[in-house]
Design a protein around this ligand. Structure first.
Ligand SMILES: [Zn+2]
Length: 60
C-alpha cells in the first residue's frame, strides 16, 4: 500500500466537484427545470487547488 502517494490537487472544499447544478424550483416555458450552475468559491469551479506560491518553500 503506497502511503506516500502524491497528494491529489483536488479542491478540499468541493472534493473536485467544482460545479453544482442547482434547481431553482422554477420552470421554463417548455416545462424543464431552471438550473443554475454554482461554482465552488474556493477554486472558482476548477475543482483543483491552486498551488499557493511560496507556501511550498516555507520549510519547517
Ligand atoms: Zn472547489
Amino acid at each position: 500500500m503506497p502511503q506516500h502517494a502524491p497528494t491529489p490537487r483536488v479542491c478540499r472544499d468541493c472534493d473536485g466537484h467544482a460545479s453544482a447544478m442547482v434547481t431553482t424550483g422554477a420552470r421554463t416555458l417548455d416545462g424543464s427545470r431552471v438550473l443554475v450552475r454554482v461554482d465552488c468559491p474556493a477554486c472558482q469551479g476548477t475543482g483543483h487547488h491552486a498551488p499557493a506560491a511560496g507556501l511550498v518553500r516555507a520549510g519547517r
